[in-house]
Design a protein around this ligand. Structure first.
Ligand code: PHE
Length: 332
């Protein structure tokens, strides 16, 4: 009988070593240790043995049972850790799995153009100035030599703010008020650029936005001439676009500069794109800021940053800049 049990136990340990899941293990457990198992039957038969044989046989049966129990415990440990590992793997939250999908954001095109312009001018020794987006008539017009009755006032298509006296508070229609604010607060020599948002009653179309961005330049120093203005414009355009692009000035009119000009830059096809206005700071403007025009001269310019971005990135429509279509924005 012991001989037979030894064989059963050898078979049991071999099968337990190979069992692949917990259900299979439970079946083996029942088969080898359950009520109908050879071991349980053998234990029952122990009573029928002669007393002198009973002790040794009982020990042998218990020893074999212990061996099978140990093999079952070992198999259970192996299977539960495998099952746990499998579950862990299945439920694993792989926080790195979107690694290739994460796109880093980038600065908006207009911000990129503005940063680049600032870099170019800072490289030429200018500092950056700023002013408020809501202005008074004094800064937006009067100090700039545009009195109430002046016809040029209408050409700015101003958006007024419902504050104080009618038409005295407005969204600035250009960045030129920053000229005044700078000259009020700073002694010449002055070399500043002032980028910022500007507003007009324009309806948005392919070349206009009612809220757009300008950059203003102002230089006040001794012995400044129109040649310095032309040279500065040429230099920054060259630095911004790199080599290829040419500039030209065309006579024009602004109340705050005398003489005044529009400046154009050349397109690849040889045509000209109007970029902005410029001129020598009008003596009245200097005087309005307490600067003696006999001692100091200056030039100023102002142009649209959005238009520059349209040109630089060859956009078909300026409205792309504000549509916030990520498919567009991602390209830059
Ligand atoms: N402020 C003018 C405009 O918006 C541009 C300009 C700036 C002209 C400085 C001359 C000097 O149209």
């Amino acid at each position: 009988m012991i001989e037979e049990l030894e064989q059963t136990a050898a078979g049991a340990t071999a099968r337990l070593a190979d069992v692949e899941d917990l259900d299979g293990l439970a079946a083996l457990d029942a088969e080898y240790l359950g009520k109908k198992s050879a071991l349980t039957q053998a234990k029952k038969q122990l009573g029928e043995l002669a007393p002198e044989d009973r002790k040794a046989a009982g020990q042998a049966v218990n020893e074999i049972r212990g061996r099978i129990e140990a093999a079952i415990a070992e198999a259970r440990a192996r299977l539960t850790s495998a099952a746990r590992a499998e579950q862990l793997e299945a439920e694993r939250l792989d926080l790195t799995e979107t690694r290739d999908e994460i796109r880093r954001g980038s600065l908006h095109l207009v911000t990129q153009a503005r940063d680049r312009l600032e870099d170019v001018f800072v490289g030429m020794g200018y500092t950056i100035a700023e002013g408020p987006e809501v202005e008074s008539a004094w800064y937006n017009f009067e100090a700039l030599n545009i009195p109430e009755w002046h016809p040029a006032r209408g050409s700015f298509d101003t958006i007024f703010v419902n504050l104080g006296e009618p038409e005295q508070v407005m969204l600035r229609s250009h960045t030129s008020p920053v000229q005044i604010r700078t000259m009020e607060n700073q002694e010449p020599p002055i070399y500043i650029v002032a980028p910022g948002r500007t507003f007009r009653t324009d309806t948005a179309d392919a070349t206009h936005l009612p809220a757009f961005n300008q950059i203003e330049g102002l230089v006040v120093d001794r012995g400044i001439t129109l040649g310095d203005l032309a040279g500065t414009i040429d230099e920054f355009v060259r630095a911004f676009f790199g080599g290829e692009v040419k500039t030209r000035l065309r006579p024009s009119y602004f109340p705050f500069t005398e003489p005044s000009a529009e400046f154009d830059i050349s397109r690849p096809d040889g045509s000209w794109l109007e970029l902005g206005g410029c001129g020598m700071v009008h003596p009245n403007v200097l005087r309005n800021c307490g600067i003696d025009p006999d001692e100091w001269q200056g030039f100023a310019f102002g142009f649209g940053i959005d238009r520059l971005a349209v040109m630089r990135y060859q956009l078909d429509d300026i409205r792309e800049l504000v549509n916030n279509d990520v498919r567009f924005l991602r390209q830059f």
